[in-house]
Design a protein around this ligand. Structure first.
Ligand SMILES: Cc1cc2nc3c(=O)[nH]c(=O)nc-3n(C[C@H](O)[C@H](O)[C@H](O)COP(=O)(O)O)c2cc1C
Length: 250
C-alpha cells in the first residue's frame, strides 16, 4: 500500500507510477488513518518536502496510522531540489512507533512553491525526463526489497526553517488567501484542499486556519483568485502534474 499526501499532484503521480510497477494500491494519508493497515506487507509513504522538512499535515497524520511493525517501509520525497530533514523527521517518528524504514529516496520534480517567488513551476517540467531513470531505479530497488536510505545534505536548512522567528517570516510567503473580488465560488479550491480548510460562505471561498500550505487552491483556481502575499499567480504559472486533474485531487 502506498500512502500519499499531495497538493499539486506530483506525489500522487509518483505514488501511482510506483504502485503500477510494484503491484500496489495508493491511498491518501487522510483516508489511511481510517483504515487498519496492520496486515500490509509493504508500506510506502510519498509526500513533498516543505521548507526543508516534512509537511505538518504529514507529521500530524503519522501518529494516527495503524501500521505493521514488520513490513517493508519506504519513503519517497518528490521535491523541487532538496528533501532537507523530511526523511529524518518521518524516520524518527516511525521509529517511535517501533517501525524501521527500509528504504528512502528523494526525486526532483517541478517546484510548486516557485510561484511564491514569482517563478513559473512549468519551466521545470524537464525534471520529469531528467529523473525518469531515478524513478525506475527506486521502483526496482523497492521491488527487490533493498535496504538503503538516502540522506539529504540540506539538514541545516531544515533546522533553520524550524526556528520560530524564521517561520514567522517564511510561512506567510506561501500561505494562500482568497481575493473575494475575483472569487466566483466555484468550489474547486474547497474540493482540492486536502485539509478541508476551505468553505464557501455567502457565495465566496473562505480559508480557515488549518492550511497545509500545499498550494492546491492557488494552482487549481480557474480565476487565479487565490493569492500569495496579495499577489496574483498568473494562469501561465499555475501548475499541477500533467496527469493529475481536479477530479484526482478531490
Ligand atoms: C510550502 C512549500 C514549501 C516547499 N519547500 C520545499 C523545499 O524546502 N525543498 C524542495 O526541494 N521543494 C520544496 N517545495 C516544493 C515541493 O516539495 C514540490 O513541488 C512537491 O513535488 C510538491 O508535491 P505535490 O505536487 O504532491 O504537492 C515546497 C513546496 C511548498 C508548497
Amino acid at each position: 500500500m502506498i500512502l500519499y499526501f499531495s497538493g499539486t499532484g506530483n506525489s500522487l503521480a509518483i505514488s501511482r507510477q510506483l504502485a503500477e510497477r510494484l503491484g500496489e494500491q495508493v491511498l491518501p494519508l487522510n483516508l489511511a488513518v481510517k483504515r487498519d493497515l496492520s496486515q500490509e506487507r509493504r508500506i510506502g509513504l510519498v509526500f513533498p518536502c516543505y521548507w526543508f522538512n516534512a509537511p505538518r499535515a504529514v507529521t500530524e497524520l503519522l501518529p494516527r496510522l495503524q501500521l505493521p511493525k514488520d513490513a517493508y517501509v519506504f519513503i519517497v520525497i518528490p521535491c523541487g531540489a532538496q528533501a532537507g530533514n523530511a526523511i529524518w523527521t518521518v524516520r524518527r517518528m516511525l521509529a517511535a512507533k517501533g517501525i524501521d524504514v527500509a528504504y528512502s529516496h528523494k526525486i526532483r520534480v517541478p517546484d510548486n512553491s516557485a510561484v511564491g517567488f514569482g517563478r513559473n513551476p512549468n519551466d521545470q517540467v524537464w525534471k520529469f525526463d531528467r529523473y525518469a531513470g531515478r524513478l525506475e531505479r527506486i521502483a526496482a530497488d523497492i521491488a527487490a526489497g533493498v535496504h538503503r536510505c538516502h540522506y539529504a545534505w540540506w539538514g541545516l536548512a531544515g533546522a533553520l526553517c524550524a526556528i520560530p522567528a524564521v517561520q514567522r517570516r517564511t510561512l506567510p510567503m506561501l500561505t494562500p488567501a482568497v481575493n473575494l473580488d475575483k472569487c466566483i465560488a466555484c468550489g474547486i479550491c474547497r474540493d482540492v484542499c486536502p485539509q478541508d480548510n476551505i468553505t464557501i460562505v455567502d457565495g465566496k471561498a473562505l480559508c480557515g486556519t488549518d492550511c497545509a500550505q500545499c498550494l492546491a487552491c492557488v494552482h487549481f483556481c480557474p480565476q487565479q483568485a487565490v493569492e500569495l502575499n496579495s499577489k496574483t499567480t498568473p494562469q501561465a504559472h499555475q501548475y499541477h502534474h500533467p496527469k493529475v486533474m481536479v477530479a484526482d485531487m478531490c
